[in-house]
Design a protein around this ligand. Structure first.
Ligand code: GDP
Length: 194
């Protein structure tokens, strides 16, 4: 297993898929705002710098693209669920995200982040339904594992996977704070890009 930190270099921010430079292979990270996406990407890279890039005012609603040393690219998509009264993702989520997910040719895998302590939320379920309907390859990554008490973990794993309509074994449980399974996720990202 190659668990060295991912060496990521910020390439560009874009509002439309057509503005993105070509890539040999790309993975994308998506999730509800506050799910822990910035913390997780920072943990993968073992830095705090990337989140600073993504969280620059005005950039949180953009597609942020990073190049991985060794080949391929990683895309940080805007968090969904900002709207006060979210109804359907289709309505609340910028068209650019759908465009990206449907049209980005080098895209090989989408990592869908779900809050391990509280997820999946209805928005997460809609997101997963949409990805399935459109046959976009994806993996569910549960975040903030450290927030789930040991005694509750079995039940929480079962509930989260049932909510996602997945087998518990198909979900990658992580904690950016404690570094749990970050090595596994690094290896998974590399396996898709190289
Ligand atoms: P984003 O909006 O998805 O980019 O989420 P952030 O990475 O900014 O994290 C949102 C909040 O969750 C922040 O207060 C983080 O400190 C917290 N958080 C993120 N990852 C973890 C984790 O692994 N464990 C715990 N306990 N908190 C986390």
């Amino acid at each position: 297993m190659d668990n060295r930190p991912l060496r990521l270099r910020f390439v560009t921010s874009a509002t439309r898929v057509a503005q993105l430079p070509p890539s040999t292979a790309e993975v994308a990270f998506v999730g509800r705002s506050n799910v822990g996406k910035s913390a997780l990407i920072n943990a993968l890279a073992n830095t705090k710098q990337l989140a600073r890039v993504s969280n620059t005012p005005g950039r949180t609603q953009l597609i942020n693209m990073f190049e991985l040393d060794g080949g391929g690219t990683l895309v940080d998509l805007p968090g969904y669920g900002y709207a006060k009264v979210p109804d359907r993702i289709r309505k609340d989520w910028p068209e650019m995200i759908e465009g990206y997910l449907l049209e980005r040719e080098p895209l090989v895998q989408v990592f869908v982040l779900v809050d391990g302590a509280i997820g999946p939320t209805p928005l997460d379920e809609q997101m997963l339904d949409w990805l399935r309907e459109n046959t976009v390859p994806h993996t569910v990554v549960a975040t903030k594992l450290d927030k789930v008490k040991s005694a509750k973990r079995v039940a929480r794993r079962r509930d989260l996977s049932a909510g996602c309509r997945l087998d518990p074994a198909d979900i990658v449980w992580t904690s950016a704070s404690k570094g749990e399974n970050i090595d596994l996720l690094r290896d998974l990202v590399r396996s898709h890009l190289m």
